[in-house]
Ligand binder design. Structure first.
Ligand SMILES: [Zn+2]
Length: 145
């Protein structure tokens, strides 16, 4: 996606939503993540007869990107069939996004394509991330215990 727009990213997330595998919840979700080099990866929710194994659309899309060598993201759009309010990522997905930085954009959309823009930081304030873990290792290494 050389010249991207939020609307185009939301459109991609809606196309992914249409592929959702959600026979149990019947709640379709799609996501489209834009990498720093302009590549877009999409994902949908993938449920399972063993319910806890279900994957969210956001984590599917990000995992696809990471497994193809991308770790730097500009934005992610999320779509569902909700008409009266925007779809909001679950707590697990917020933490999953945070792994790759807190200053990138999340477009929360309604089924008509309208959206609300938030950052990962706004969705998960005071978060725990990779830098915190490195600090923990560092201080443990300096411990005199
Ligand atoms: Zn989720």
């Amino acid at each position: 996606m050389n010249s991207w727009s939020p609307e185009a990213l939301v459109q991609k997330s809606q196309e992914a939503r249409d592929l959702a595998y959600c026979p149990y919840s019947k709640f379709r979700v799609g996501a489209a993540v834009l990498t720093s080099d302009g590549t877009v990866f999409t994902g949908c929710n993938v449920e399972n007869a063993s319910y806890p194994l279900a994957l969210c659309a956001e984590r599917t899309a990000i995992s696809k990107a990471v497994s193809e060598g991308h770790r730097s993201f500009k934005a992610i759009a999320i779509a569902s069939d909700l008409e009266d309010r925007v779809i909001s990522p679950c707590g697990a997905c917020r933490q999953f996004m945070r792994e790759f930085g807190s200053q990138w954009d999340v477009y929360l959309s309604k089924s008509d394509g309208s959206y609300k823009l938030m950052t990962v930081e706004e969705l998960l304030p005071c978060s725990f991330g990779p830098d915190d873990l490195r600090k923990g290792i560092s201080s443990a290494g300096n411990s005199k215990l």
